[in-house]
Design a protein around this ligand. Sequence first.
Ligand code: SF4
Length: 347
Amino acid sequence: MTTTLLTQLTYPGREPDTLICGLCAHRCGLRAGQVGRCGAILHRAGALHSRAAGRPAVLHADPVERKPLYHVLPGAKLLSLGTLGCNMSCDFCQNWRISQIHPNPAGDSIPPAAVVAAALDQGCAGIAFTYNEPTIYLDYAAAIMALAKQAGLLTAFKTNGYLTPEAIVLLTQPDWPLLDAVNVDLKGFDDGYYRRVCGARLQPVQDAIMQLHRRGVWVETTTLLIPSVNDSDGELRALTGWLASVSPDMPWHVWRFHPDYRMTDATWTHVRDVERALAIGRAAGLRYVYASNLPGDPNQHTRCSGCGAALIERAGNATTALHLEAGRCGKCGWSIPGRFAQCEVQK
Ligand code: SF4
């Protein structure tokens, strides 16, 4: 029997017929026939299985900037895969039509090799696991990532950061590193907000950001700014101060909210509040802060934190590398943090 990541992350519960899932910080205890909070992990025949594995609900090529990853292969396309289900239940979810539906285990599955072949056929530089939480189908993602690495493709997660420390260790083994880059949603900086609005806790997300960074994964973070909910100066100062303490070079994306799902009464984020958040991030010491879903806004561009030269300009889906040369500023030579070189084929 092959030892899967999920097998390695399955623990016996206190009750004899209960298994604990160690994929994410919920650590659900599941009796036979029960499904976890994500709707994906099922206890069947003495083992845990993912009903989301093998069944993408979304599979298409997308610009890397849409993840958003701004310091990873600018202008590249990533084949972007998402399934049904999620381990959080955010009231503001903008992908709720797939994330808040339980996976249907019936129907055809798409094997990992076919996903990698599709990425190569479509001229993608990598594969992103996005739109819903990839943790809930970790083995499927890992099988695709292993083949992707052999083909010289970059691998990326768009994640809510609720992975357990041991799941992160399995994805980042020094002799088998599967994951190149992540964008982690840091949805706010208040544990009560996480519990009330997202059905989760803040601390595991902070722990994952630190651990991923320390284990050599390229990390960017995103905060969806919701008016009068998570956008106070105090909360933003605390959030960005903490991010800067992890690394001032870690890009922070501020994402403008639009009313959706269970938050249709809230208002759109005003542009001036996005700019206020960016100013707070810069004052906290973050060198790369972005207004990532404001097309045409100059705060989408990357500037050299050494001399201020414009290095990468972004307008809609168009990305222009101006003075970025092998990860350095072409004007002053300042090293720009990120993953700017195409991956090599792994033997
Ligand atoms: S992945 Fe699903 S089953 Fe496993 S701990 Fe998280 S919510 Fe529970």
